[in-house]
Each structure stands twice: as structure tokens, then as C-alpha cells.
Design a protein around this ligand. Sequence first.
Ligand SMILES: Cc1cc2nc3c(=O)[nH]c(=O)nc-3n(C[C@H](O)[C@H](O)[C@H](O)COP(=O)(O)OP(=O)(O)OC[C@H]3O[C@@H](n4cnc5c(N)ncnc54)[C@H](O)[C@@H]3O)c2cc1C
Length: 471
Amino acid sequence: MTVTASGTRVPGDEVVSALRGRFRGPILRPGDDGYDDARAIWNAMHDARPALILRATGTADVCAAVDFAREGGWTPAVRGGAHGVPGHAVCENDLMIDLSLMRAVRVDAEARVAHVQGGATWGDFDHEAQLFGLAVPGGAVSQTGVGGLTLGGGYGWLTRKYGLTLDNLRSVDIVTADGRARTVSETNEPDLFWAVRGGGGNFGIVPSFEFQLHPVGPMVLGGAVLWPFERAGEVLRFYRDFGVDSPRELGINSAVVTVPANPLFPPELHGRKVYAVFVCWNGPFDEGETVLKPLRALAEPLLDLIQPLPYTAQQQMVDQLGSGPFGRRQYWKTGYLDEFDDAAIDAFLASAEHATGATQCELNTIAGAANEVDPAATAFTKRNGRWNHVHIQCWEDASDDEANLAEARRVGELMTPHYAGGAYVNFLDVEDPARVRQAYDETTWTRLRNIKTAYDPGNLFRRNQNIPPLD
Ligand SMILES: Cc1cc2nc3c(=O)[nH]c(=O)nc-3n(C[C@H](O)[C@H](O)[C@H](O)COP(=O)(O)OP(=O)(O)OC[C@H]3O[C@@H](n4cnc5c(N)ncnc54)[C@H](O)[C@@H]3O)c2cc1C
């Protein structure tokens, strides 16, 4: 391999042919066909050019890629569904291990178990599991990766009933920094299984997840209700109790958004700022109609889109709205709220004051089954949060970066006094490492660092929300 005067690594043909013997998937260097597509990730703020991209096709490829990285002194970036907002899935002048060719899903309908490859998206997963009317709580956007979302926590429409995504894991296959493939579960290397459930990509690469499934749909009562932004305070005062007190068959979240010029919405609403409550009722429809009635009767909605629809359509409902589409520029601010008092509502409304275009100001409800799991059972310890705030500042043009970053920071300053502490690691952007530390309590952090030291003492997997090994 050559290293130019400016430090650019140029892996020569000899590097590629040596790898060929042990790695079966595509090996891409700058200039190769497919290189630019493979390096593109969802947040366009991270336009990085890896020296080498290894597109794995299975567990053996992942083992070979990890060995290659460790032996060659590379610091690999690991790409699952490429939705991580801080852009850790790609890197400049280093090695990218891309799992996006590994998207197979196998469902055992009788046992209600799914085996899902590490590069699959929620769209891939639901497509197969819904064939049998089964699902796990997954993300609310179908292009998001199962990999990153599950390892950091994972919540969506089914969380109030069935917990976090990681609460539904039975086992994972994982390739650790020594290049060894292991299957870990409650009974096999339970410490490592505990750590991967909340510790993100810190402990290795997961070529395959095994989930316990639940009966869901295939039809649900879903959709959204939209109110003028001016009435958001009134609706929020209702939403804060309704979202946590209603039966757990109801999945619910809400956001201030600007209605896009999309045929789904009447033209007179295009460009209008609204407060939207999104729902998904997975239960008997007559009960759902009764539960949802007070919400739908509230404060003269502009539009009521609640209707019976396939669960897979619910899972794609917001794919093309707001921050959903690939390739927009993004910066996020986030924190949990335990109390959602009037002062917090006022701060939230002020935070949304300048939101335009694709920017979304979200308040998600996580209560229910997710709160009832023993906090020590997994590395996801912040179990008493009820709402998660995330401000998704979203824009198109690089020349607007400074103004948008400043706006997101203004929102952060407004909301921080109302945050209850902790943080959802999957929503943290490029931040002070202290914020990553806050995602875990003291005992969990110490245990995570001990396990990191045992499995990755050299911190090979550090392009992530990093949990460093002990010094
Ligand atoms: C539009 C959008 C909607 C979202 N909606 C939700 C939601 O409804 N609920 C929710 O909980 N979160 C949601 N998120 C946040 C999401 O959980 C994180 O962005 C998560 O990191 C995405 O995972 P990924 O595999 O797509 O991303 P990537 O960027 O590919 O992965 C992020 C990091 O996770 C690790 N990783 C990924 N796959 C693997 C693997 N197989 N093995 C080991 N490490 C791996 C790597 O460290 C990687 O750098 C959303 C994000 C976006 C952008």
C-alpha cells in the first residue's frame, strides 16, 4: 500500500489480491464503479471518502474484514442501514466495512422467531415477517437499519406493548475484534450479550440477529391527525397524558412539521406548519376507534388521516416526509423528559418557532413495556423516561450549514433545562463524548468498559458513540 505525501492511503492491487483469497464480496477503491454509491450515507453532512470499502456478503467476510482491519492498523467504520446521524458508518481515508449486501430475513412462523442479517432495513424485516402477521418493535422509517437501531435501543409503534427492539433479542452472532465469530445469548457469553443490548457497535460487528416475534396486524388502525401550529399547545396538553395513559395497543408520537407538497395532502395545506400526532393501533378496530375518539375530536383538526391500513404501510408512512429521504443535511438535538410540564411545553413551542422546510421537532412517547424491564437486564438503563425529544434540523444546501447549526444549538439551549438526564444514544449527533457517557448510569458504564476491555482492548471499534476500554 502507498501513502502519499498528504497522508492519503492508496491500497494497491497487491492489497486487493491478497484480500481476494479470504473476502468474497466487492472490494472498492476510489474511482471504482459503485464506490460513490457505497460511501453515500443518509446524512449528507458526512461526505467522506474511504480508502477502501469492503462489501461483506456473510459472516466469513466479516471475520476476514475484521482481521484485515486489525492486522493493517485500520480503524474501521461499520455501515448497517446508514441512518446514523453522526455519520460513523463512513470514514475519510480509512476502511469502511459495508453490511448493506447482507439483508436476508428468515422467519420461523411456528416458533415466532426471525433471523435477520446485519445490513437489513426495517422494510426488509417487515416485508418477510408480515407475511405471517408477525413483527417486533422496529423503527418508524422503513429505510432505517435493523443493525444500528437494535444495538442502541430501538423504539417504534409497538414499544408500549412489547418493549424496546433490543428487549426482543434472543441472540446475536457477533464478530469480535479478534476476528472470531460467536453466538451470544442469555446463556452463552451473557456479559457480551448484555453489553450489545444498548452498547451500540462497540463490541463487534453483528452479521445476524435473532428476534422473538409477536402477532401484529397485518392491518392496523394508523395514520395521523394534523392541527395548525397555533393550536399545538392545546393539543400537547392533551397528548402528554393521553400518550402514556391509553392502552398499550396504541403506539403514538408527535411532531411539528411543515406539510410537504405531496399529493397525500390537500394543496391548501402545502407549506403550512402543523402539529401532527401519529398513531398506530394494533388491536380490535372498534376498541381503537373508541380510544382515539377524544384525540380526533380535539381542537378542530386540519386533517384526519386515521384509517385501517397494512402495518407495512404504517411503517413507510413517514419515509418520504421531513428528514426521511436519503441525502438531506441534518443536525439533531435530543434529550428525555420525565415531566412534561407547562414550562417544557412553552420551551418546545419556542424551539419549533423557526422550523421550516423538512425540519422536524419531535416528541415521542416511550412509556409502557419498555419502562418495566429491569434496568440492569440490558445496557439500556434509562428505563423511566416517558418522552424523548428530538429536534431534527434538516436542510438541503451546504451554504446554509452555519445558520442551521446555530438554530439547532439555540434549540438545544432552550430544551436542555427541561431534560431529565441521560440520552438516547441512537439520537446523539456528533457531540462531546461527555454526552455519550450520560447515556449510561455509573454502574452500567463501568461494566461496559470492563466488557469492552475484555473483547476489544485496542478499541478497534471506536468509530461510534464510543465506550473506551479501561486505561
Ligand atoms: C430517518 C430516521 C428515522 C429514525 N427512526 C427511528 C425510530 O423510529 N426509532 C429509533 O429507535 N431510532 C430511530 N432512528 C435512529 C436510529 O436508531 C439510528 O440512526 C441508528 O444508528 C440507525 O442504524 P443504521 O444501521 O441505519 O445506521 P448506520 O449508520 O449504518 O449504523 C450506525 C452505527 O451502528 C453500528 N452498526 C450498525 N449496524 C451494525 C451491525 N450489524 N453490527 C455492528 N454494528 C452495527 C455501527 O457502529 C454504525 O456506525 C432513526 C434515524 C433516522 C435517520
